[in-house]
Write a protein that binds this ligand. Structure first.
Ligand SMILES: *Cc1c(COP(=O)(O)O)cnc(C)c1O
Length: 861
């Protein structure tokens, strides 16, 4: 009964789960037959070899859904539902479909459309009457589970504004309360009675790790099971409990049966179930609980029966949903929902309980279970566990566990792999997972065992939600989340595991050599002068006249002045390279090249953009590196060549009177920044589209030499530079590249030193006696030109693209990350300061001599 992966480097045993019987053994699913599963995956052929494990972020939409929706819209006329009875009826029909999906009907629940879960939650809290109906001075309470989504935590601000008591419950206290005793309102002693209303919010399923909070809690809460806890914390319980269920994560892969359990309010978003449409969610309001939602202040078009403009008089609509849906509902998106249900029902066989959602639930659960077991068993060659899984169950009970596995990886020395590093390698393998804290800081904190104090310290140390500070003092600040949808199969589990084994799990044969890094680190701390031979080589440069060093000396008054020893070996600039088109091939300069405050002349001056105006990069299209640009200064041409094509020339000077087509484009790094570029015309655009095999590409020149435009552009350029926050020069030390080459143990990685060096796409190349020394430099002079070092260059998986063939490899990213403790940085960024002697020398020359400076103060830090 067990399914073995085709080729797998790890010991692998599928869990035997005898609960469900399948008639036919499947290679893809434990639940859905192979041929059915293949039909499902056909709907997602656009994924190609991408492995999408981010179902909790958004389900993917099936292809035929979009087709059917488009056909519907093209053939029918839908008008504003306030105008058109037919459209209105369609929408009413769909409300019924939604209620049927949750096994209930309009007599029990009402559907209120919103823009999504977050707005749904907000609307409930805003409308909820916390005070007692009889006596408005009796305040109620807002009670929330700490492990809620951030969108729920924000509700406490609304509740506090309405003077409700705000109470939070931990994961364990909540579960304990459910096992304890109910203190019903009749049993509640008079002094603990509170006639105000209490609103309790919890998720049906955690978006952090898929733990399913018990749905029995709904009735228990309403029966006063939290009153003991409340008494302990605020000295009073409540008579009137209401439950708001955040079902956003749960309904994506589970059947929520409102015939069985009836929360007062249920919130969710449709894209998490169907993948499409986005921007549409709902609140399901239990009709018998609707009266408590009477505090909605705002009214808009469609929500009132009558309104006087000169007097404070309006009457809200009678029908429940009409009172809540301000303005025109997104009727075309709602119309699409009908097809969402249809397509899901045609596509997914009803294998379990004759129900589509139950089938999805089991199918995805088994995939997650499989991943959980494999991660739990994963070991390094030395027996150290390679993964920590942050789960609240053992993945044995589908009633308690959903299809989400959250984990971190550890190296064989028990140090953590940072999630940002993992993310980089996952990108390389086209694997989509979520990393970080997934908008659930309560669960994150609980599983990473960080105290409030530590969370604040992490914040102070620079960690904010959504950044790349994945490890602080060796401890993870977030995790890796893999979540499964109905379109996933065991192949996806295999892909993830293979990637993990290849990049992070060391076997005995392939033990990583960390000694160099450690030695370097220790050296750095103890014996500075011996290790870092960097300082001016020439006495002609007077360090004491340099403002920067004066500053350091002054601040060091009374202390020992920093030791600066001259280096014995002269360093020279060995190579100048520019990259005229962003992400395309290199143009190597033989003698000298013009330099200015913006960088080298013509460096990254052009970019290739897609028809949507977004800049194309090697990450999306590795073939870009095979476009080889050359700047011919004599002919004043940019000449592009590509293997198998005749080359093409683009003039460097745009003619003054030729019509210029300005192109608005979106800079990848700073998308808020719209740069006006100049389109280089159809001929070269077609040439590039053909070479890269992507239609409708355009070549855009970012800045241009036309004098009339120069003035206007100045401000924009300044802004661009400061916004993109990247320096103009990247320096690479070949000695460090050679050192890196020696650390790479992967036998399939065959780059020679030149090939490996090319991957780093530096502008300036040097050779030093010792590797890694450039990482400590603060500034340097190359010939007459002074540069300031901005820091190490952060790397992404672009360094894994062979710059000759466009092929992707795992190295050198994996080794860089391993050697530098998860920090994927290589090469140094520099900005141009000016000439040392104030001369107007505008050229940087190959083989110019280099003087590097470092501040001892910095090194010993
Ligand atoms: C996704 C999610 C939300 C937020 O949903 P939006 O669609 O972003 O408003 C809230 N709670 C949980 C449990 C979720 O999974």
């Amino acid at each position: 009964m067990m399914r073995e992966p085709k080729s797998s480097p790890y010991k692998h045993k599928r869990p035997n789960f005898p609960k469900e019987e399948t008639t036919e053994m499947s290679l893809l699913s434990k639940v859905i037959r192979n041929d059915d599963m293949q039909n499902i995956t056909k709907e997602f052929a656009r994924l190609k070899d991408r492995c999408y494990l981010e179902n909790t972020g958004a389900t993917l939409y099936p292809k035929s859904l979009i087709k059917i929706v488009n056909e519907d819209l093209m053939q029918n006329i839908y008008m504003n539902p306030h105008t058109d009875k037919y459209t209105k009826d369609c929408i009413e029909q769909i409300r019924c479909l939604i209620l049927r999906h949750f096994n209930t009907d309009p007599t029990t629940y009402s559907v209120v459309f919103t823009s999504g879960t977050t707005q749904s939650l907000k609307l409930v809290a805003e409308s909820f009457q916390f005070t007692s109906e009889q006596n408005e001075s009796l305040q109620g309470s807002f009670v929330y589970l700490r492990d809620n989504h951030t969108s729920v935590l924000g509700l406490r601000e609304i509740a506090a504004d309405k003077n409700a008591d705000v109470v939070h419950v931990s994961h364990q206290e909540f579960l304990n309360s459910l096992c304890g005793d109910a203190v019903t309102s009749t049993k509640l002693k008079a002094k603990h009675k509170n006639k105000g209303n209490a609103l309790f919010v919890y998720p049906a399923q955690s978006n952090f790790n898929g733990f399913k909070y018990p749905l029995e809690a709904i009735d228990k809460i309403k029966n006063g099971y939290l009153n003991l806890y409340m008494k302990k914390h605020i000295g009073k319980g409540s008579n009137n409990w209401y439950v708001l269920l955040d079902a956003a994560s749960y309904v994506a892969t589970n059947k929520l049966d409102l015939g069985k359990r009836q929360p007062d309010f249920v919130c969710f978003s449709f894209y998490k179930i169907f993948g499409y449409p986005t921007g549409l969610g709902a609140i399901l309001i239990k009709n018998s609980s609707a009266d408590v939602l009477n505090q909605k202040r705002y009214f808009g078009g469609g929500t009132v029966d009558v309104v006087l403009t000169s007097e404070d008089f309006h009457v809200k609509r009678e029908t429940l949903h009409e009172r809540f849906e301000d303005g025109t509902v997104p009727f075309l998106s709602i119309i699409a929902l009908k097809h969402c249900f249809d397509v899901l029902h045609t596509m997914i066989p009803k294998v379990i309980n004759n129900d589509v959602m139950d089938t999805i639930s089991y199918h995805t659960f088994f995939l997650a279970q499989d991943l959980y077991y494999q991660l739990n068993k994963l070991e390094h060659g030395n027996g150290v566990k390679a993964a920590v899984v942050y789960a609240d169950t053992d993945f044995m009970d589908i009633d308690m566990q959903g299809a989400i596995v959250t984990f971190n990886l550890m190296r064989d020395d028990k140090s953590f792999v940072g999630y940002a590093e993992f993310q980089n390698l996952a990108d390389l393998f086209s694997i989509n997972v979520r990393t970080g804290c997934f908008c659930n800081s309560g669960s994150c904190q609980r599983h990473l065992k960080a105290t409030n104090k530590e969370m604040k310290e992490m914040y102070k140390a620079g960690h904010k939600c959504g950044d790349d500070f994945d490890l602080i003092n060796g401890r993870p600040t977030g995790a890796i989340r893999a979540s499964f949808g109905y379109y996933n199969t065991y192949d996806d589990v295999d892909k993830l595991m293979q990637m993990i084994c290849r990049c992070f799990v060391a076997s005995k044969l392939n033990k990583p050599n960390r000694t160099m890094y450690n030695q370097y680190e220790n050296r750095k701390l103890s014996n500075i002068s011996a290790a870092i031979p960097l300082t001016p080589t020439s006495s002609s440069f007077d360090i004491f006249n340099n403002q920067k060093y004066l500053r350091i000396f002054n601040s060091n008054q009374g202390q020992k002045p920093p030791q600066i020893t001259p280096t014995s070996n002269e360093i020279v600039l060995t190579e100048i390279t520019i990259f005229p088109i962003k992400s395309c091939g290199a143009f190597k300069i033989r003698t000298a090249w013009k330099i200015g405050p913006k960088g080298f002349d013509f460096d990254r001056e052009w970019m290739i953009v897609k028809d949507n105006g977004v800049c194309l990069t090697q990450k999306q299209n590795p073939r870009m590196c095979m476009i080889c640009p050359k700047i011919d200064l004599k002919e004043k041409m940019l000449i592009l060549s590509f293997k198998g094509k005749s080359s093409i020339a683009v003039p460097l000077e745009t003619k003054i009177d030729s019509p210029q087509k300005p192109a608005a484009l979106c800079h990848t790094k700073v998308c808020s920044d719209i740069v006006n570029g100049i389109d280089c015309g159809d001929e070269v655009a077609n040439w590039i589209s053909e070479a890269l095999e992507v239609s409708y590409l355009r070549l855009i020149r970012q800045s241009e030499s036309d004098k009339r435009m120069q003035k206007k552009k100045k401000e924009e350029e300044k802004k661009l530079l400061s916004l993109s926050n990247q320096a103009q020069f990247l320096l690479i030390n070949r000695t460090t590249v050679k050192w890196l080459r020696d650390q790479i143990k992967d036998p399939t990685f065959t780059d020679d030193l030149d090939q490996l060096t090319n991957r780093f796409r530096g502008n300036l190349m040097i050779d030093t006696e010792h590797p890694l020394v450039e990482r400590e430099w603060e500034s340097l002079n190359i010939g007459k030109h002074e540069f300031k070092v901005e820091g190490l260059c952060p790397r992404c998986h672009m360094v894994c693209i062979d710059q000759q063939t466009g092929e992707k490899t795992v190295e050198p990213l994996r080794t860089i990350s391993e050697q530098f403790g998860g920090k994927i940085r290589f090469g140094i960024y520099m900005t141009y300061v000016g000439t040392v002697d104030g001369s107007k020398d505008g050229f940087l020359k190959n083989y110019a001599s280099i003087k590097a400076f470092t501040a001892v103060e910095d090194i010993s830090r």
